[in-house]
Design a protein around this ligand. Structure first.
Ligand code: H76
Length: 480
């Protein structure tokens, strides 16, 4: 009887919770809010979740300027140089006539990305300047009219496809080259008509990209913070529907469109718009609470804020260990980590970036089991590093080795118990010391690192677990 009563309470609780969520969600009726509540469960999105590591590439005519013009240093992000007062629009808009990346070798890029361990890549098809690296038939401002002529995008897509790295297309809604483009709501009738043309142009280019590069798995939008774009909730909603119908399985983040109240990323009811949260740019969540159970990616630069090629990086430049830390941290909170590269005007990946790709690849060669297909464990974060998990294996990636060589692990009561621990590299086993329980009745363990073990790198301990029966032996609770 008691059991039945318990069940009834449990069921009504679930119903209540769901009912409550429902009430909350429908509290503001929206025509252009999210298309879906909860996570996608299809194979394409499952694959996206397993990537762990990605590569971003920013490449366009800004790479020719490389953050300098007329002998002056541009302190902003190199791909924004057209907006600098020292750079006349006319000079910039003629740069494409010199674009001839003779050193460009898509296969070399793709091989390097593969070595680094990237499972997907995002390529700038068009940045804010409007220059297209594919021969778009809707504008003359494309690769076709440069001395290079050939379709760069196709070369890149083919090369990465051949390496088994999924390609995503970055597309900027901001287009400084397009006549009808406006960042804010056009005032005059003429401007309004121009913006209507711009909307059609944008739609045409997107359909063109999806049609001509059918192996691309998704779109990565940028520049969608423009007031003019935000006010186009119906147009952008229809366009999203059209693109998804054209390419089932297409992946689009939360940075494409706004709802009718101008809400971006999350609609007016707080529900994620798009397939994953796309707001983590040069920034990582502090804890799992910050991601609200959503899928997300983090896009990161190696210097502070340079995406396109800037020949003179100033300020702090991240090391491969900084970046590996961010990678593991991302995966430990169910996110993907995407590292940006900015090749120069000739198509070379700069030596600093090649070195990082090499070092990350060296590390991944040994430790990628703790990355690919791994997810958040639910265990309390510890100071020595990060937990990730796949099936019955919990990976402990150690960045800050404790002075006492003890890796502290806290396991909630009645769920799982550790059975063995060993180094991912070399399989040498390590002792699991039972360290009693804490006030919350969670089981404490110390994984004892051998004092004579030396590593110049972050390293991984595997902790195998099995299901454990509910613990009846309740430890004396503290009375407070
Ligand atoms: C601001 C901005 C843009 N968003 C980043 C992903 C880079 O493309 C940067 O130029």
């Amino acid at each position: 009887m008691k059991k039945i009563l318990f069940l009834i309470i449990l069921i009504s609780n679930i119903a209540f919770t769901q009912g409550f969520a429902q009430t909350k969600r429908s509290s503001i009726p929206l025509q252009h809010g999210t298309h879906r509540l909860g996570k996608r469960t299809d194979a394409e999105m499952q694959k996206w979740r397993q990537y762990g590591l990605g590569q971003f590439i920013h490449w366009g005519v800004y790479a020719i300027a490389g953050g300098h013009w007329n002998g002056k240093y541009y302190p902003g992000a190199a791909e924004w140089i057209r907006s600098w007062k020292e750079m006349p629009d006319e000079d910039y808009d003629n740069l494409y006539k010199q674009f001839n990346p003779t050193a460009f070798d898509a296969k070399k890029w793709a091989k390097q990305a593969k070595y680094m361990g990237a499972k997907y890549m995002i390529i700038t098809t068009k940045h804010h300047d409007g220059f297209c690296i594919w021969p778009s038939k809707y504008t003359d401002y494309t690769i076709k009219n440069t001395p290079y002529q050939k379709d760069l995008l196709k070369e890149i897509v083919d090369a990465y496809d051949a390496e088994g790295i999924d390609v995503y297309l970055y597309f900027s809604i901001i287009d400084w080259h397009q006549k009808g483009y406006r960042s804010a709501l056009p005032a005059t009738t003429e401007e309004k008509a121009g913006y209507e043309e711009f909307k059609q142009f944008t739609r045409n280019q997107l359909i063109e990209l999806l049609t001509n590069y059918p192996t691309a798995k998704g779109l990565w939008f940028d520049g969608t913070w423009d007031k003019a774009w935000i006010e186009e909730a119906k147009f952008t909603d229809d366009l999203e529907t059209e693109m998804r119908a054209l390419r089932p399985g297409l992946i689009i983040g939360s940075r494409f469109r706004a709802d009718e109240n101008g809400k971006r990323h999350f609609d007016s009811n707080g529900d994620l718009m798009g397939d994953y949260e796309q707001g983590w740019e040069r920034d990582l969540p502090n804890s799992i609470a910050d991601v609200n159970g959503n899928d997300w990616d983090c896009v990161m630069t190696i210097p502070e804020n340079q995406w396109g090629y800037h020949s003179d990086w100033r300020g702090y430049v991240k090391t491969s260990y900084d970046l590996i830390d961010m990678l593991v941290r991302s995966v430990s909170m169910d996110g993907n980590f995407v590292l940006n590269f900015g090749p120069d005007g000739k198509g070379n990946i700069r030596p600093e970036e090649s070195k990082i790709a090499q070092e990350m690849g060296d590390w991944m060669k040994v430790n990628s089991e703790a990355i690919y297909g791994c997810s958040y464990t639910g265990l309390k974060k510890q100071g020595w590093g990060y937990f990730t998990q796949k099936d019955n294996k919990i990976y402990l990636t150690v960045f800050n080795r404790p002075i006492n060589n003890m890796l502290h692990v806290e396991i909630p009561k009645g769920g799982i118990k550790p059975v063995k621990a060993y180094f991912l590299s070399g399989n040498k086993s390590v002792d699991i010391i039972n360290a009693g329980r804490n006030k919350q009745n969670n089981s404490l363990y110390n994984i004892a690192l051998p004092a004579d073990y030396i590593s110049g790198q972050p390293f991984v301990i595997v902790l195998e677990i099995e299901k454990s029966a509910e613990d009846k032996d309740i430890y004396q609770q503290a009375l407070t």
